[in-house]
Design a protein around this ligand. Structure first.
Ligand SMILES: C[S@@+](CC[C@H](N)C(=O)[O-])C[C@H]1O[C@@H](n2cnc3c(N)ncnc32)[C@H](O)[C@@H]1O
Length: 229
């Protein structure tokens, strides 16, 4: 019974209005989880971003700034904007970024659903471990917003918790099934089809497992040939 349910693709059970409180509470301990399970996927995402200094970079759902600090270091003369809906997570990010020398950045409260960013102005949009807590029906709204702000040749780098490809890596789905908040509201997703449906070209999708925790790392670009809505 559990096995069958645990391998099904689940929809998000923690609604967005409750996510802020979940992450304000998780902020003090989030980096421990990040260090144990996410460092490999995060490093690969940074490799795929292949940053040229001087770029316009936006990180949505910046969290405690684990990736943002690296983006800022690699883009000292560019524009670096990080947003998140949780002030608890943002406060941790601000404390982390204070330690980066000669850093140029903005860290602000904001939601992926409505970005306060000019259209077609972003070279690299980074978004890690956020879609795994978004309901499937809401994903196109955010992906359209990402497409709006990206330059036509811009790059979208996504990291998500995904479905495990081995028996034991599916235990996280089981934990989510039993207690979604224990998983920070994150369940395994595979974003490739949603990206294509929202007018992106998926250049690569890689599966990375760390401490049995399954992640996908995706590089996508706006598909400028997709029919306009
Ligand atoms: C699992 S954490 C990942 C944090 C960070 N991206 C990382 O990789 O360490 C999920 C983050 O997404 C943020 N988040 C959730 N929904 C969001 C939304 N609609 N807009 C912006 N941030 C959101 C949460 O506040 C939280 O900081």
């Amino acid at each position: 019974m559990f096995r069958r349910r645990a391998t099904q693709v689940q929809d998000a059970c923690v609604p967005q209005h409750k996510i802020i409180a979940v992450y304000d509470k998780l902020a003090p301990v989030y980096d421990i989880w990040g260090a144990l399970t996410e460092t490999k996927a995060r490093s690969r995402a940074l490799e795929l971003a292949s940053i040229d200094d001087g770029s316009a970079i936006l990180e949505v759902a910046v969290g405690t700034g684990l990736t943002f600090a690296e983006l800022v270091k690699q883009n000292p003369t560019g524009t670096n904007i990080g947003i998140d809906i949780s002030t608890g997570m943002l406060d941790k990010a601000k404390a982390r970024l204070k330690k980066v020398e000669n850093a140029t950045y903005q860290l602000e409260t904001g939601s992926a659903f409505k970005l306060n960013i000019e259209s077609h102005s972003v070279d690299i949009l980074m978004n890690n471990y956020m879609f795994d807590l978004i309901a499937f029906k809401e994903m196109p709204v955010i992906l359209n917003e990402f497409k709006r702000v990206l330059k036509h040749d811009g790059r979208l780098i996504l990291v998500n918790m995904t479905q495990g490809e081995s028996r034991f890596s599916r235990m996280y789905e089981l934990i989510y099934h039993l207690s979604p908040k224990l998983m920070g509201g994150c369940r395994g997703v595979t974003l490739t089809d949603e990206l294509i449906a929202s007018g992106f070209k998926v250049e690569t999708r890689e599966y990375i497992q760390q401490m049995l925790f399954p992640s996908e790392v995706i590089l996508a670009r706006p598909n400028n040939r997709a029919p306009l809505e």
